[in-house]
Design a binder for this molecule. Structure first.
Ligand SMILES: Nc1ncnc2c1ncn2[C@@H]1O[C@H](COP(=O)(O)OP(=O)(O)OP(=O)(O)O)[C@@H](O)[C@H]1O
Length: 359
């Protein structure tokens, strides 16, 4: 990696709005050292791609001020950034849909926080020409994954659709319901959880470790069926198997999962996924989970969906979005209103936009 960084002429950093400012600052110091050049980034050109209407770095238990302070715009390096703007929403434009111009504008208004907010409830009202409304989770699933008991065998069909929600708990519930619609036996893989510091072993019983649901981590009790859509949680073998790659389960063996990649450049390729040890960094004790680094992915969190294009998207807003840009990211995964299904109460929802992130 060091050699690569010394030789390369350009670094492209996509979805930069989600990056913590410290990661860019660390890259600056590393490049200066490696290239023995005291200019910013060691004289190398960095292309940051992103839209500050979209989500900011996740700061666990943080406030909006913490998020704003963590984003790239809060770094002194930002003063050296030259901003170039893209003007056409290609995802919408490509649909050749009559509503394209209006949908594009509605998305921008949402992202810019220009949609009127009700003073008493603090909620915005989504309009009928912006999306299609559904009343229950089951109707949402039926619209996004129609006839899934048959269609799950079609990888192209699967890769183009997903249901999004702001919180992990809502995502898990949706995934279990959708998986239950696929025929076949459920295979259970239990993780091996342990404490790495021998002094702490008596303080943290295994049952407690098993009960931990950690964001970005596989569950202790991973239940899968052949045909289920899963998401890789670690960069196992880039560029083929990266954090975020979606696959369809092909064969469930005792110590290996065989699956077919369903999105991106390597779609259609079969791969084997092993159990790997994973250590979370933000727990107050040292803990290791040995498990397949995967989660169910018919539904996923809005933050995880950033960067993806979908043909059909469902959004479960029973629990409102809670951070900057989430609603904008969710709604902008598709290019036309007829492909956007929204579950919400009375067409109302919360649109969190930090104006400071847009300045
Ligand atoms: N110049 C272009 N000509 C044709 N198609 C394009 C062009 N630019 C983008 N697209 C298509 O538009 C869609 C969205 O593009 P892309 O995912 O690169 O956008 P993005 O800016 O990264 O979006 P986001 O950050 O919201 O995920 C893709 O299907 C892509 O193939």
């Amino acid at each position: 990696m060091g050699k690569l960084l010394m030789q390369c002429k350009l670094i492209v950093w996509d979805e930069c709005t989600m990056a913590h400012k410290k990661s860019l600052e660390a890259l600056n110091f590393t490049l200066k050292d490696l290239r023995r050049n005291n200019n910013i980034f060691g004289g190398l050109m960095i292309l940051l791609a992103g839209d500050f209407r979209q989500t900011l770095p996740v700061v666990p238990r943080g406030t909006p001020a913490d998020e704003l302070n963590a984003c790239l715009k809060a770094s002194p390096l930002w003063n050296n950034v030259k901003t170039l703007s893209l003007t056409t929403n290609m995802r919408v434009q490509l649909q050749n849909d009559q509503s394209a111009a209006q949908f594009s504008k509605q998305l921008l208004d949402l992202g810019n926080g220009k949609v009127p907010v009700d003073a008493t409830s603090g909620l915005i009202t989504l309009t009928n020409d912006f999306c299609r409304f559904v009343d229950t989770q089951l109707v949402l699933i039926e619209n996004v994954f129609p006839n899934i008991s048959e269609n799950y065998k079609n990888y192209a069909w699967l890769s183009q659709r997903a249901i999004l929600a702001a919180k992990n708990n809502d995502v898990h519930a949706l995934n279990f319901t959708i998986q239950s619609k696929i025929a076949g036996d459920l295979v259970t893989y239990k993780s091996v959880d342990s404490i790495t510091n021998p002094d702490d072993v008596v303080n943290y019983p295994t049952e407690f470790l098993n009960s931990l649901e950690i964001p970005g981590f596989p569950p202790h009790n991973l239940q899968l069926k052949v045909g289920t859509v899963i998401l890789i949680l670690r960069n196992l073998n880039p560029p083929r198997l990266c954090n975020g790659t979606r696959l369809s389960v092909k064969r469930l063996m005792p110590n290996l999962i065989e699956a077919t990649i369903i999105n991106g450049k390597y779609a259609g390729e079969n791969v084997c996924i092993p159990r790997i040890p994973m250590i979370p960094t933000d727990l107050p004790f040292d803990f290791k989970r040995l498990q397949f680094p995967v989660r169910l992915a018919f539904a996923m969190t809005i933050n995880k969906s950033q960067g993806q294009s979908l043909s059909v998207c469902g959004i479960n807003l029973e629990n409102h979005c809670f951070s900057h840009g989430q609603l904008y990211v969710a709604c902008s995964r598709v290019g036309k209103p007829s492909a956007l299904f929204v579950l919400t109460s009375n067409q109302k929802t919360k649109n969190v936009v930090y104006q400071r992130a847009l300045q």
